[in-house]
Design a protein around this ligand. Structure first.
Ligand code: ATP
Ligand code: MG
Length: 508
């Protein structure tokens, strides 16, 4: 079998850490090769080396048998290597079409031949069955759609080796199925796919082979038929991971968050949240299941005061939050774990310790007179990094240098330390490895036991069903069904998520 990629002894060091430590890897032409490992194991770094973004300190790279130096992203494209990044790299104010052709403009004379490009992209869209509005601005589209844009971008550049860094993290189950159909189609055409994911069920389903990394080294390469999910998790973490949650029975308290007939409109006048009502008591987790883009993001933002409410009411700890500022709402005791951590949760060039207190550095304990008590803040950041298992070389590091999962842990550490009464968690474990996800689930359950009210918005159905006391399904801006998790099956919820209904007698 021809080898599309061979890596020999790849080592990459960052200040204070060896991100890749003598990695050997072989990827066959036409295979789907998964790479798994804990947050910070070095997966993205390795792929960025392949994509010409980083240069290795040591080691050799062979592409289709030929020794290559991938000195730039441009060189990677020449070698037909395309990468879809864990965090999208799209230009918000450009349209989908502009983003796809950006940097690869087909030129006719001096002007960009947009008509021709559009035609090519439309062909790709229909070939891969993607639905996308090419004229929408990227800032208006959902995360799931943004990802399709990234994949199209790579295909448009003619990639034969596709690297997908956590492509399913942002997708709903149905979209994952579609993506897998597409990946298999690409594979049949002879394309080679390297696929990074923390969702081990998916990895076992789609991959021909799986390579496990731990702390920058290869632990082994296995076939899906040879391992179970538990064994894979154990290879990654180095010790057994428990995949079942213990949920205590908790007496419920007062209603801490109440949303009544909430309507939210976009600036274009389009209704995105259409009469949503629910109440969450202390000691309760209310889950909202839904496919990306059905209003859940806007719902969370409206509750937080980040978006204007058109009509309806939001009551937090007994106070009408409708005309409060974001800061006033936060001060009522609301923690927010945003779905898009780069846009809303973190300030990238800033250091880890700065991000750790973002938005609540005015707290008494962090002030000395009228100025900040940097010593206290640093101490707090150290403690939280330890508690939340953030893998870093130092809190002085800029947050950009942390792996995706570890950035998420910084947000969690910060938000859950505010001692909130109400927690709004949007996709809280997106991008986390199995161990870290388990940790977050336990933290949320702990807050539930402490009598806090939790709104859990997640596209991960298993997560919603295993944590929530009640689950609402959101579709097209409405809660179309509400269940207790024990009363419903994954399949039924899936049907509601797609806008269908389960007739009596058919479902659970
Ligand atoms: N630009 C950088 N500067 C400094 N350190 C970095 C940089 N990029 C990565 N690292 C460090 O290298 C290690 C590996 O990071 P990498 O992003 O490759 O992990 P990963 O396996 O992709 O994790 P995740 O599952 O969380 O995405 C981490 O400890 C990270 O902090
Ligand atoms: Mg990564």
């Amino acid at each position: 079998m021809e080898r599309a990629v061979v890596l020999k002894g790849i080592t990459k060091r960052f200040p204070g850490i060896v991100a890749n430590d003598g990695i050997d890897l072989e990827v066959k032409k036409g295979e789907i090769h998964a790479i798994v490992g804990e947050n910070g194991a070095g997966k993205s770094t390795l792929m960025k080396i392949l994509a010409g973004i980083y240069q290795p300190d040591e080691g050799e790279i062979y592409i289709f048998g030929k020794r290559e130096r991938i000195t730039s992203p441009g060189r990677a494209i020449e070698l037909k290597i395309g990468m879809v990044h864990q965090h999208f790299m799209l230009v918000d104010r450009f349209t989908v079409l502009e983003n796809i052709i950006l940097g690869a403009e087909k030129r006719a004379g001096i002007t960009i031949d947009e008509k021709n490009s559009r035609k090519m992209i439309e062909e790709l869209l229909s070939l891969y069955n993607f639905s996308l509005d090419l004229d929408a601005r990227v800032e208006e589209i959902s995360v799931g759609q943004a990802q399709r844009v990234e994949i199209l971008k790579v295909l448009y550049r003619g990639a034969d080796i596709l690297v997908l860094d956590e492509p399913t993290a942002v997708l709903a189950p149905q979209e994952v199925k579609e993506l897998f159909v597409n990946l298999r189609r690409l594979k049949e055409e002879g394309k080679t796919i390297i696929f990074i994911s923390h969702k081990l069920d998916e990895v076992l389903e789609i991959a021909d082979r799986i390579t496990v990394l731990r702390r920058g080294r290869v632990v082994g390469t296995v076939m899906p038929s040879e391992v179970t999910k538990e064994e894979l998790a154990r290879m990654m973490v180095g010790k057994p991971v428990f995949m079942k949650l213990e949920k205590a029975s908790v007496p419920t308290g007062e209603v801490l968050l109440s949303v009544k007939d909430l309507v939210v409109k976009e600036s274009t006048g389009k209704t995105v949240v259409n009469g949503v009502s629910f109440e969450i008591r202390g000691g309760e987790i209310y889950g909202i299941a839904g496919i990306e883009g059905n209003g859940q993001k806007e719902l969370a933002e409206a509750i937080l005061g980040l978006r204007q409410i058109s009509s309806g009411q939001v009551t937090i700890c007994g106070r009408n939050a409708g005309n409060l500022s974001v800061r006033e709402i936060r001060d009522l005791g609301v923690a927010f774990i945003p779905e898009d951590r780069h846009r809303q949760g973190l300030i990238l060039p800033m250091k880890v310790w700065e991000n750790m207190v973002l938005g609540f550095h005015r707290k008494k304990e962090f002030l000395k007179g009228r100025s900040l008590n940097l010593k206290a803040i640093r101490k707090f950041a150290e403690k939280k990094s330890e508690e939340f298992l953030v893998m870093l070389s130092s809190i002085e590091q800029s947050i950009e240098g942390l792996s995706g999962g570890n950035q998420q842990k910084v947000i969690l550490g910060r938000e859950l330390s505010r001692e909130p009464e109400v927690i709004i968690a949007s996709q809280p474990t997106r991008g986390l490895d199995v161990g870290a996800a388990e940790f977050v689930h336990k933290e949320l359950l702990k807050k539930r036991e402490e009598g806090k009210a939790i709104l859990l918005i997640s596209a991960d159905l298993e997560e919603v069903l295993s944590l929530s006391d009640r689950v609402g399904v959101i579709y097209n801006g409405r809660i179309t069904a509400e269940f207790k998790p024990e009363e419903v099956t994954l399949e039924d919820i899936g049907v509601y998520m797609l806008g269908g209904e389960v007739k009596a007698g058919e479902g659970a």
